[in-house]
Design a protein around this ligand. Structure first.
Ligand code: GUN
Length: 294
């Protein structure tokens, strides 16, 4: 079993971004700028946003965050987005999801300028992704593809089984894995809450992706010998030995599944850092488009 180390791979990508950014700055350009909009106090969202800010600075971007209260009106959030759409100092921005239930998430996503939508969630960008056109790919799925690519893991002709069909991970990843490209060309099965006997599909997977948000959902009996296992889950479970009282675990029973897998992503240190690296890549792309730096 080999560890598919997202931390090391993401560090390499960030190094490359940093070199490129410092060149642009040496040439007299301003640094790229990423803005994050955070609504409310969801602890997981706050952690993600803090990480995005920290990593933006590490690669030489500037960053900013709008912290809006849990009870902010939809109108006020739309006003903030409208402002960011028109702010020449902002190359890309994201609205951290999930949003409180009184806000229509899709309406918010639809209001983001597709050119600044570095999450790749706007319908225009999702449509481009489906068609294989140049666009911002959603960060988690493109981070997973990049992780496979940079570790020279062959995907062509393999059977990928994706457990979970969210708009953020499962659905776009299934499309990227099935695309006609060197790090696609898979036969893809998507399993979801209405799939009877997920195990029957999972055991057939050459590449098994768990993206359902249930701790240790994928057990060793669901995994074929030699499978490549990608764990997208970040679940917080009680752990008295930790200062915080919690620890992060994935959707995969790592200790047992790692005995059967050929490659496996750890949690933390697998998909998570790759998601952030992809967001930075998208932001750099938005910046280069704005200043014609290709
Ligand atoms: N919540 C969980 N993942 C993501 C993501 O990639 N982008 C945004 N905006 N919110 C998220």
């Amino acid at each position: 079993m080999k560890i598919l180390d997202g931390k090391i791979t993401a560090e390499q990508i960030k190094k490359e971004i940093k070199v490129e950014v410092s060149q642009y700055i040496d040439d007299g350009n301003r640094p790229p700028h990423l803005t994050t909009v955070l609504v409310g106090n969801n602890p997981a969202s706050k952690t993600y946003v803090r990480n995005k800010e920290k990593n933006s600075k590490l690669v030489g971007f500037t960053s900013s965050t709008y912290n809006l209260p849990e009870d902010v009106s939809e109108k006020k959030l739309l006003d903030v987005i409208n402002f960011l759409n028109n702010d020449k100092d902002v190359d890309g921005f994201i609205v951290q999801l999930p949003l409180p239930t009184h806000i229509d998430e899709q309406k918010i996503i639809n209001s983001i300028d597709p050119d600044k939508d570095v999450d790749g969630f706007h319908p225009v960008n999702v449509g481009k992704m489906v068609l294989g056109l140049d666009t911002y790919l959603p960060a988690t799925p493109s981070g997973i593809i990049e992780l496979l690519k940079r570790n020279n893991i062959e995907t062509t002709g393999k059977h990928a089984v994706v457990i979970g069909r969210s708009n953020i991970v499962g659905t776009p990843l299934s499309i990227l894995l099935s695309r006609k490209s060197k790090f696609g060309n898979c036969t893809v099965t998507i399993c979801h809450s209405y799939t009877p006997n997920i195990k029957d599909f999972a055991v057939q997977a050459d590449i098994l992706v768990a993206a359902i948000g249930k701790p240790a959902f994928v057990t060793a009996d669901m995994v074929k010998d030699g499978a490549i296992v990608i764990d997208v889950g970040i679940n917080s479970i009680p752990d008295e030995t930790k200062k915080s009282g919690f620890r992060s675990v994935g959707d995969v029973d790592y200790d047992e599944v790692s005995k059967k897998a050929s490659w496996i992503t750890p949690v933390p240190g697998g998909v998570g850092p790759m998601t952030i690296a992809s967001l930075l890549m998208n932001t750099l792309k938005a910046y280069k488009k704005r200043f014609n730096l290709f």
